[in-house]
Every structure is written in structure tokens, then in C-alpha cells.
Design a protein around this ligand. Structure first.
Ligand SMILES: Cc1ncc(COP(=O)(O)O)c(C=O)c1O
Length: 392
């Protein structure tokens, strides 16, 4: 009999934990060829040079604790988003904000609602409080949006014990996006005892895709300004390329954020993370290059994977959801043998699908060649397509 089983809390006993794919530090530095990491929706271009410079300057003061309040960064974010500073809470990644909100609002007997096949951390943050996560089914209709959320089913799942709804927009791992009018209609139906989390981790990518497709992506800050019960999540981990620093934030009603702030670990956002985030906000050029590469490469990858007979869901983020029509773990294992890491999605109930981060043009070409190789199709490096203009 284990010595600690009876001593730990029920959530600690029941939780399975999170199993990320290996980080670069876990793969030998001299591995040949070097591993191409397309498994965690990271930015393949790295941090902005301005953020690197700011971290260099901040290093010498690393003997001091960071500003617990992240005042400078909150002030800058407040001005950037045109909201009062009290409506901004900086956290250890946006998952830090998720965890704080769950600790603040949930307890055994209560629940949160989301869609099936969404961000895996929601379940962990909810269950760690002893509450339950209810997952509504995805859309069943056979149109091209069948991988999208069924907002009616999410509304239907709400009960008196629901306190939070999570809407990942765009969603991870499907990459699907809700348009602003859909969220407008949805919010009008949500009862007042429920807070809606609009998780916009892929905001910059989605804004760019929406402009190309001539649709409206998000009015999340307007909801906040008019007093709606929403928390908007943003992060520096994706378009800004600072995933390793763990810095994100929530924008929400000031009273609710005050309660959340009481629950956080003191000094949790490091001084380097604060310095880098402040500088990254000044580098619009970096973001523009990142999102534009992402959109053009999304199209090339989608076309080429479709030619190989795979079903690819149109993405609004920096990754593709691709049904490879066979055991995805096997495909991921064979790609790993070619020094490419992708995410197989059996844990999301999609055993024949993988999620692939959109990389640099070179990384994507390497990935496509590996996909052909593991399928036994001769390489077509010679007829690599020239840069195709955006269609989306
Ligand atoms: C939907 C969604 N939300 C939030 C995050 C978390 O990002 P971070 O905690 O790095 O800010 C991710 C990261 O993959 C995500 O996919």
C-alpha cells in the first residue's frame, strides 16, 4: 500500500497529469539531423530581438525579486487595449490565469463547461479544484465547419452549478474559429451566474486570417468594456515567441481579477519575463512577419497534405489539424524517426489525427518530404511550389 495515497487530496489522486512532448533540452544537442519541433504551437522564429535585448539588460538585477504587481507591464497592456489597469492581471502564462480563475470560482459540487476536443489544460485546472468539467459535443452537421464548436450544445450543458465556460477561439487542437457574430449571440444567452472565458491565445494569427477571409474575428474587449461577465485570455507564448518565459494575462472585470490576484503565488512572473513582454509589445514588425509567414505556409501545407489524401481543417491559428486516416501515434512515431515531432491526438478522442505547428518554410518542406517518405511516395523536392499568393 502506498504511503501517501491516503494523505493526498482527491484531485491529486485522480488527476492523470500532463504529458507534453519532449522539450529541446531533452533531446541531445548534437542530434543529427536536429529535431524539428512542430508539436507545441511554438513560434519557429524565436523571440523579438527587442525582447532579447531587454532581457540582457534585466539580467544584472536578477538578485532582486520581480515587481509582484507587474505594474509597468499592466499599465502598458491597459493602454494598449484601452481598458483600465485594474482590468489587467499578468500571470504565469495564460494557463496561470486559467488556474487562478478556477481556484477562485470553483469547488467540489460546481462545474465548468467547454466543448469536447478543446484545450487539454481546462480539464486539469478544473479538476484540480475538485470541480467537474462538462464537455459538450462538437457540431455534427456535415458542412465544412463540422470540427467547430456546437454553441447550442454548450449552452444546453449549463446548469445551476456551472460557474465558468471556456471557449478557445481559435480552438486548440482543431484550429477552428468562431466569428464575432456567433460569440455575440452566444453571450446573449449565457445566464448571469456564469463567467465566459474567451481564450484568445492565438489572437494575432486569427486577426490576420480573418482579415484575409474578410470576416470579423473578435469583439472580446467590447464585451468587457460594456460590463459583460467575460475574461479574455492573451499570451506572449505564441505570436510573440516567449513561451519559455511563461507570461500571459487576463483582461476581465476588476472585482473578479482582485479575487483572482489574492490566489496567486507571490512574485510568480519573473523580472526577465516582464522585461521581455514589455519590449515585445513594441515590436509590431516581428508579429507582422510571424503572422504573414504563418498564413502563407498554412496554405502551402494544407494544399500539399490534401494532395497526399489527408483531410486538413482550415486553420485560424499557427497549427493544422490533419486527419491522416490511420493510427496517428504510428505516424508521429515514424516522423520522429525522421527527426520531426508532431502531436498525435488520441488523447483528444481523434486517434487518426495529428496537430502540426506551422514552421518556417524550410521546416515545413522538411516535414512534407518526411510525410511522403513515411508513406512510401517518392520525394518531389524538385517541384517544390514557388511562393503562392494568399487565397484566404
Ligand atoms: C487554447 C490555448 N490557450 C492557452 C494556451 C496557453 O498558453 P500559455 O500558458 O503558454 O500562455 C495554449 C497553448 O498552447 C492554448 O492552445
Amino acid at each position: 500500500m502506498s504511503r501517501y495515497f491516503d494523505l493526498v487530496s482527491k484531485p491529486a489522486r485522480d488527476l492523470a497529469g500532463y504529458f507534453p512532448t519532449p522539450s529541446p533540452s531533452q533531446t541531445p544537442a548534437d542530434a543529427q539531423p536536429p529535431l524539428i519541433k512542430l508539436d507545441a504551437n511554438e513560434n519557429p522564429f524565436g523571440p523579438s530581438p527587442l525582447a532579447l535585448e531587454a532581457m540582457q539588460s534585466a539580467l544584472a538585477a536578477a538578485n532582486f525579486y520581480p515587481d509582484d504587481d507587474c505594474a509597468k507591464l499592466r499599465r502598458k497592456l491597459a493602454a494598449y487595449h484601452a481598458v483600465p489597469m485594474e482590468q489587467v492581471l499578468v500571470t504565469v502564462g495564460s494557463t496561470g490565469m486559467l488556474a487562478l480563475l478556477c481556484q477562485t470560482m470553483l469547488a467540489p459540487g460546481l462545474n465548468a463547461v467547454t466543448s469536447e476536443r478543446s484545450f487539454i489544460i481546462y480539464g486539469m485546472a478544473v479538476r484540480a479544484t475538485g470541480a467537474q468539467l462538462i464537455q459538450a459535443p462538437l457540431r455534427k452537421d456535415k458542412d465544412q465547419n463540422k470540427d467547430g464548436f456546437d454553441l447550442a450544445a454548450i449552452l444546453h450543458a449549463i446548469n445551476d452549478d456551472t460557474r465558468i465556460i471556456f471557449l478557445a477561439n481559435p480552438n486548440n487542437p482543431t484550429g477552428t474559429m468562431l466569428e464575432a457574430w456567433e460569440v455575440d449571440q452566444f453571450l446573449a444567452e449565457v445566464p448571469p451566474h456564469v463567467v465566459v472565458v474567451l481564450d484568445e491565445a492565438y489572437y494575432d494569427f486569427a486577426v490576420h486570417f480573418a482579415a484575409l477571409r474578410k470576416v470579423e474575428y473578435s469583439r472580446s474587449l467590447e464585451y468587457l468594456r460594456r460590463g459583460a461577465r467575460v475574461i479574455v485570455l492573451r499570451t506572449f507564448s505564441k505570436a510573440h515567441g516567449l513561451a519559455g518565459l511563461r507570461v500571459g494575462y487576463g483582461l476581465g472585470p476588476s472585482e473578479l481579477l482582485t479575487y483572482c490576484a489574492r490566489m496567486r503565488n507571490p512574485f510568480s512572473v519573473s523580472s526577465l519575463a516582464q522585461a521581455a513582454a514589455l519590449a515585445a509589445l513594441d515590436d509590431d514588425g516581428h508579429i507582422a512577419r510571424v503572422v504573414s509567414n504563418n498564413a502563407s505556409q498554412a496554405q502551402i501545407l494544407t494544399d500539399r497534405l490534401s494532395e497526399l489524401g489527408h483531410r486538413v481543417v482550415p486553420t485560424a491559428a499557427n497549427f493544422l489539424y490533419c486527419d491522416v486516416g490511420e493510427d496517428a501515434s504510428g505516424v508521429a512515431g515514424r516522423l520522429r524517426g525522421e527527426a520531426i515531432s508532431v502531436r498525435p491526438l488520441s488523447a483528444w478522442g481523434a486517434p487518426t489525427s495529428i496537430r502540426v505547428t506551422i514552421g518556417t518554410p524550410e521546416q515545413n518542406e522538411f516535414f512534407l518530404s518526411a510525410m511522403r517518405k513515411i508513406a512510401g511516395i517518392p520525394s518531389r523536392a524538385a517541384d517544390r511550389p514557388p511562393d503562392v499568393p494568399h487565397r484566404w
